[in-house]
Design a protein around this ligand. Structure first.
Ligand code: GDD
Ligand code: MG
Length: 344
């Protein structure tokens, strides 16, 4: 078994964070996101991994290299322009002539992947999709199943009046290599609108895997990006418990840092500052009496005296002026500078 991670999307819903950092490597609790997916694959014994890239591929390749630092073998395919999810898989054809686990490159889950593979093999399935329950399937692919686990219907981004169940495509598939023959070469093509409905028409053995009580989130919007941080900080993701919350940093004894917050190396935290339920990247500077709550701050950002942040995501190398108030939902791109007393 090998793996292909679809990591070529533009990450538009996470802009401006993704202007200089492609979504697959945005930091999640100070680790590039893809490392979590690599962990999941390694736990299932899969080390032969292809990354399918399109947007800012060099940054991803430069960061992860041949994978040897992480105990895996990484290969890369780079589409000249985005080919769509199934088009990207077809484009990687030369590298994937065996059954393959395919991940959407923006899903964090504590799924037991071995169990998915076992069930796929037992059923002799052509394709297996992992499902997740969500409150509102409208931004996902809705999947209806039969009692025996076969897929009855696949409907991408359903309208409100088309919703018949709460189970959606969790962005994890196991595909037998013969499905490559159903895909057009050199064309933009989608799993969701193209291959999956097509497999149903062809009557292929196309099954759902419905895991019991599994954490699942698509990190691709600011709300969910913050949510995944809060979930990890609060140990709500069973297979990803954070071990090191504190790097080597300087803090005034009168600063207040709660137990769950993460502080990267080389940060400086001045007297009276408060850090609550938050993550600071490497080399951040938090001035006197500033308060950072429920927020994620990327490396080398400076927060001015008595500034207050709550529910914000702040990019790399920003400067938040003194007494600025940065409220919930604020997303600042790299190198943003907010004048003293700004209110968002
Ligand atoms: N290489 C490559 N080329 N990758 C791509 C391309 C492409 O043209 N288009 C998208 N991707 C990657 C993205 O980087 C992302 O990791 C993944 O494919 C899914 O794309 P998204 O743009 O994030 O899709 P979505 O979140 O709206 O919907 C998909 O994921 C949902 C689960 O989060 C669908 O698969 C839904 O059916 C599913 O429910
Ligand atoms: Mg997504």
């Amino acid at each position: 078994m090998q793996a292909l991670i679809l990591a070529g999307g533009k990450g538009t819903r996470l802009r401006p964070l993704t202007v200089y950092t492609p979504k697959p490597i945005v930091p999640i609790c100070n680790r590039p996101f893809l490392l979590y997916q690599i962990d999941t694959l390694k736990r299932a014994g899969i080390t032969d991994i292809t990354l399918s890239l399109s947007y800012q591929p060099n940054k991803i390749e430069h960061l992860l290299g041949d994978g040897s630092d992480h105990g895996v073998k990484l290969k890369y395919t780079v589409e000249p322009q985005p080919m769509g999810t199934a088009g990207a898989y077809k484009f990687a054809e030369d590298l994937i002539r065996e059954p393959t686990v395919v991940f959407n490159g923006d899903i964090l889950t504590d799924l037991d992947l071995k169990a998915v593979i076992r069930e796929h093999n037992e059923r002799k399935a052509t394709a297996t999709i992992v499902l997740a329950p969500v409150e509102n399937p409208q931004s996902y692919g809705l999947v209806e199943t039969e009692k025996d686990g076969r897929i009855r219907r696949f409907l991408e981004k359903p309208k409100a009046d088309e919703i018949t169940c709460n189970t959606i495509n969790a962005g994890t598939y196991i595909l037998e290599p013969n499905v490559l023959d159903y895909l057009p070469a050199g064309e933009n093509y989608s799993f969701e609108y193209g291959l999956f409905p097509d497999l149903l028409k062809r009557g292929e053995a196309f099954y759902a895997h419905i895991p019991a009580r599994t954490y699942w989130i698509d990190i691709g919007t600011p709300e969910r990006y913050l949510q995944v941080h809060s979930d990890l900080l609060n140990n709500r993701v069973s297979r990803f418990h954070i071990k090191e919350r504190r790097g080597q940093f300087d803090s005034a004894t009168v600063a207040e840092i709660d137990e769950i917050s993460m502080i990267g190396d080389d940060c400086q935290i001045k007297p009276g500052a408060q850090i609550i339920n938050s993550v600071l990247g490497q080399g951040c500077f938090i001035e006197e009496r500033a308060r950072v709550e429920n927020s994620v701050i990327w490396p080398h950002t400076r927060i001015g005296t008595t500034a207050q942040l709550n529910g914000a995501i702040v990019g790399r190398g920003c400067h938040i002026g003194r007494s600025a108030v940065v409220g919930p939902g604020t997303v600042l791109g790299d190198k943003t500078s907010l004048t003293d007393y700004t209110f968002t």
